[in-house]
Design a protein around this ligand. Structure first.
Ligand code: A3P
Length: 307
C-alpha cells in the first residue's frame, strides 16, 4: 500500500482483527490463550469480589453499581478512573503497537485489597484460587436473544474482537458456541449450577431493568452493606442507562480508544430488554427457539425475553 494511503487510514482501521484461540474447548482471544498459565495460576485474596458475566450481559452496569455501593454513593470517588482500571478485567490482555496495552492480571496484582475484579470466563475456567479462598461472586445473566444482539453490535464496533460477519452468520456462530468465551448456553447453566456450591449471587439483566432498586438491595445484602434512602436513590440515579451513557468513566470512550469505534455502534447502545425483536426474522426466531429448547432442556434456569 502506498504510504500516503496508509497515512489516510485511521489508527482504528490499521489494527488487524485478532484470530481467536482455544483453552479446553472454549474459544478465547488468542492473546488470552498466550497468557493462560498465568490466568489459571492467579492468586485470589479472600476479600476479592468477582463480577462474572457472559460478555454483554450487563457487566459494566453491575460494576458501576457495585462501585457506587462500595464508595457509599460518592460520585467523585467513582470517577477516580475508568471502569477498566477500577475493576481489572482479569483475563484480558491486549498488547499491540497501535493500541493501549492492557494487562488485567498485572493491574489486579498491583491493586490493594479489597479488590473487585471482572471476568467473562465460564465457571470451569475460573482460577481455582477463587474457590479456595471462598471469594464472593456476582454473576449476571441476560436472555440469549438480547445478549446475542448486543454481542453482534459489540463485535462490529470493537476491533479487538474477530469480525462478526453478517448478522445471520454471527447468529449461527453464537448458536454453535464458537464465539469468544464460548457457548452462552453452557456459560449461564454452568454458573447456575455453581451457585449451589459457592458464594454466588446470580442476577438477571431483565430483573435489573424491571426493578433496579430491588436488585441493588440484593447486592447490598450480599455485600453485607447498608446505605440510607438518600444514598440508595443516588446509586439508582447514577447507574441508570441515561447517566452511564454520558459518563466517560463508564461508557468506554476513554478505554481502548484505538479498538472501539463508537460511531459504528456505541458501547452504551440501547440498554433495553426485547431489542432482539428488531433483529430476528420470523424464520430466525423459530430456528433459534427450537435450538434453544434442546440446549436448555437440562436446566431449571428460566429467562424473560420481554418485560
Ligand atoms: P446493549 O448493547 O443491548 O445496549 P457489558 O457491560 O456486559 O458489555 O454489557 C453491555 C450492555 O449493557 C449493552 O447493551 C449496554 O447498553 C448495556 N448497559 C450498560 N449500562 C447499562 C445500564 N445502566 N442500564 C441498562 N443497560 C446497560
Amino acid at each position: 500500500m502506498a504510504l500516503d494511503k496508509m497515512e489516510d487510514l485511521s489508527l482504528q482501521q490499521m489494527v488487524p482483527r485478532p484470530e481467536p484461540g482455544e483453552v479446553e474447548g472454549i474459544t478465547l482471544p488468542k492473546s488470552v490463550c498466550s497468557i493462560w498459565d498465568q490466568v489459571w495460576n492467579f492468586q485470589a485474596r479472600p476479600d476479592d469480589l468477582l463480577i462474572a458475566t457472559y460478555a454483554k450481559a450487563g457487566t459494566t452496569w453491575t460494576q458501576e453499581t457495585v462501585d457506587m455501593i462500595q464508595q457509599n454513593g460518592d460520585v467523585e470517588k467513582c470517577r477516580r478512573a475508568t471502569i477498566g482500571k477500577r475493576h481489572p478485567f482479569l483475563e484480558w490482555f491486549i498488547e499491540d503497537p497501535l493500541s493501549t496495552r492492557y494487562f488485567g492480571l498485572e493491574l489486579a496484582e498491583a491493586m490493594p485489597s479489597p479488590r473487585t475484579l471482572k471476568t467473562h470466563l465460564p465457571v470451569q475456567l475460573v482460577p481455582p484460587s477463587f474457590w479456595k479462598q471462598n471469594c464472593k461472586v456476582i454473576y449476571v445473566a441476560r436472555n440469549a436473544k438480547d445478549n446475542l444482539v448486543s454481542y453482534y453490535h459489540f463485535h462490529r464496533m470493537n476491533k479487538g474482537l474477530p469480525d462478526p460477519g453478517t448478522w445471520e452468520e454471527f447468529m449461527e456462530k453464537f448458536m454453535t458456541g464458537k464465539v469468544l468465551w464460548g457457548s452462552w448456553y453452557d456459560h449461564v447453566k454452568g454458573w447456575w449450577k455453581a451457585k449451589d456450591k459457592h458464594r454466588i449471587l446470580y442476577l438477571f439483566y431483565e430483573d435489573m431493568k424491571e426493578n433496579p432498586k430491588r436488585e441493588i438491595q440484593k447486592i447490598l445484602k450480599f455485600l453485607e452493606k447498608d446505605v440510607n434512602q438518600e444514598i440508595l436513590n443516588k446509586i439508582l440515579h447514577n447507574t441508570s442507562f441515561e447517566i452511564m451513557k454520558e459518563n466517560p468513566m463508564a461508557n468506554y470512550t476513554r478505554d481502548f480508544q484505538t479498538i472501539m469505534d463508537h460511531s459504528i455502534s456505541p458501547f452504551m447502545r440501547k440498554g433495553a430488554v426485547g431489542d432482539w425483536k428488531n433483529h430476528f426474522t420470523v424464520a430466525q426466531n423459530k430456528k433459534f427457539d427450537e435450538d434453544y429448547k434442546k440446549k436448555m432442556a437440562d436446566t431449571s434456569l428460566v429467562f424473560r425475553t420481554e418485560l
